[in-house]
Write a protein that binds this ligand. Structure first.
Ligand code: PGA
Length: 251
């Protein structure tokens, strides 16, 4: 009932020609896939050509960030309306790298989520604890505060449109993956929290992705967990064969 989503977060990688080469190949490999929502998130400079290439295909395009104003004196920012204009349908918001290196807070994540929704983009809102927080037993407090903060002031209808990505910071780009049980525990707690914040129906329908060293070797087991509805993938999304294998996960 929840359509799985496999989303590739390309981070700071790929020129326009490299991006086009990758998506053309992925497109060929996944053309027959209907039961998975496939998303790629290139850097801003590659969004327009990639979205143009993928127009009419079964692969959607996401930005890796947004800003919340409509326009004006905000040097360097890009806003949801402009992303829609170039063919984006999704926006990654609040990735831990942005929280860690670019001063993203629960408040800015919340503003970005609202701006994305207002423009008709689907936010992929990231949450996750650091190793220190996990080791001190704070995982769910941290994740719950991030989920509550990001969803603050949203109607139930809007909460239902969001995709949440649980990405333990200690598993991102480290090769260390949360065990399927560890991931499932947090996903279930997030779903329970969404039921409390919105409603049981919204919680039942919302998709919660896992992110952090997802690769062909572990995707099937992770996707076998009942509350895991997909993956947000960094490293393994940069190559056509590994990304294709993730899209074609087997439960
Ligand atoms: P990774 O990145 O798959 O390279 O660990 C995941 C992410 O940061 O979204």
């Amino acid at each position: 009932m929840r359509k799985p989503m496999i989303a590739g977060n390309w981070k700071l990688h790929k020129t326009v020609s490299e991006a086009l080469e990758l998506v053309k190949d992925v497109q060929k490999n996944v053309a027959d896939v209907q039961d998975v929502e496939i998303v790629v998130a290139p850097v801003f400079t590659a969004l327009y050509p990639v979205a143009a290439e993928l127009k009419g295909s079964n692969i959607a395009v996401s930005s890796q960030d947004v800003y919340w104003e409509e326009q004006g004196p905000f040097t360097g920012e890009v806003v949801p309306g402009m992303l829609k204009d170039v063919g984006c349908t999704h926006a990654i918001i609040g990735h831990s790298e942005r929280r860690q290196y670019f001063g993203e807070t629960e408040e800015t994540v919340n503003k970005k989520v609202k701006a994305a929704l207002a423009a008709g983009l689907t936010p992929i809102m990231c949450v996750g604890e650091t190793l220190e927080q996990r080791e001190s037993g704070d995982t769910m407090n941290v994740v719950a505060a991030q989920v509550r903060g990001g969803l603050e002031g949203l109607s139930n209808d809007d909460v239902a449109k969001i995709v949440i990505a649980y990405e333990p910071v200690w598993a991102i780009g480290t090769g260390k993956t949360a065990t399927p049980d560890q991931a499932q525990d947090v996903h279930k707690s997030i779903r329970d929290l969404v039921a409390e914040i919105a409603s049981a129906d919204v919680a039942d329908g919302i998709r919660i992705l896992y992110g952090g060293s997802v690769k062909p070797e572990n995707v099937d087991e992770l996707m076998g967990q009942p509350d895991l509805d997909g993956a947000l993938v960094g490293g393994a999304a940069l190559k056509s064969d590994s990304f294709t294998r993730l899209v074609k996960f087997e439960k």
